[in-house]
Design a protein. Sequence first.
Length: 462
Amino acid sequence: MTAFLSLIFILLVAFIGGIMESASIQLAKNYRRADTDRAMESVFAEYQKELLEEYDIFALDGSYETGQYGEQNIIDRLTYYGAGSMEHELERIQFLTDRGCLGFCGQISAYMEHKYGLNVMKDMLGMTSVWGQQEEKAESYAREDQACQDRLDELLSEQDGELPDEGNPIAYAGQLKKSPILSLVVPKDRTVSEKRVDSQELLSARERNTGYGEFADVGEENGNLSSLILGEYLLEHFTRFTDNTPGASPDAASLDADGLRPVMYEVEYILAGKGSDRENLESVVKKLLLMRFVPNYTYIQTDSEMRAEAESMALTLCTLLAVPAITEAAAQGILLAWAYGESVMDLRSLLKGNKVPLIKTKESWQLQLSKLLTLGTEEDHSEGRDAENGLDYSEYLRILLFLTKKDTAALRALDIIEQNLRKVHGQMYFRADLCVSRLEMKSVCSLRRGIRYDFKTYYGYR
């Protein structure tokens, strides 16, 4: 009986000892995990301060102010924060510029949804289909304009005749289209910035550092909503031509008081990607001109009085050419020229800081046919009206941003961010493609009696 109880006691002690050993090993594992988690959080707490303050983006500068990235930089910081008694190896890492700037766009989505709420963004989705249709119609109307001109030229050639230049809106509109567009639409009291950026310095122009590994298991941003959210974020954080017009933000006029910003029209750069403020503004104005041409031409086709006025002028121009087909083609050409002139007036309103309605009515129409022939001359003193229920310049830029490819807009935005941090904040080492947004680390540690334990630790900014 005593021997039996002794065996039972030995087995019980062994069992308890095994449980205690297992618990001790598990506790050691938990300590190592906790050490690494704490160290990882401490490393990511060293985010780039100016990037967060200026642009509300979290990122870890993987170069640690050297301009040269190395994985050992991060591992050394883990060691510094108490995870040095193990071996570390990066399993996967993502930089702000990876995969179409996915990390950058993901943070923007999280920031904007947190600030404004998802429902606000969803409410705006109802307008996006209209914006897309306008872009399609703009291309169609541009082709129609050219086809109408070609048809009129063909008919005149068949009759061996030509329309007079004097008092001819078609010919005058053709001259306007060949003249510098900014000279027609920029307010006379405004000077266009001549700042220029060296394209070779830009993030988008150089070979970029890239991460590796997929992060689909830890969530990605909503791709259907991000184009709209990205546009809102860009309008909130970047400057544009109308920022120092009357009624704009009081700080806008002093944004470049020290003259360090590489470009002044940042949203226009994001939309156009040109090397100078003038080129970017010109490109955006041309896009807006075509966008405004769509509702203007659509409306003028439905206004019987305006059509009658165009037909009357066409009859006057074609007096010596008694061919109905030519008169009809000339009337259509006049309507197209008139719609173009109205679009010029719309751009004048927008660049002055006024509003222009998305859809025109008789009350909101600005340009008389007789005034079309004085556009751009010394007799032209009109600056464009303000429509109370219309959209301003920034709201039209929102449409263009939505129609721009998301990864293109995001990369150009990082161009601006990188240049501003370098030149305005003096951080010449800063590179957006070295900014870590998330990573996963594999760690291996040695426990007692030769037991090795490996585990993975993930951290990402959201």
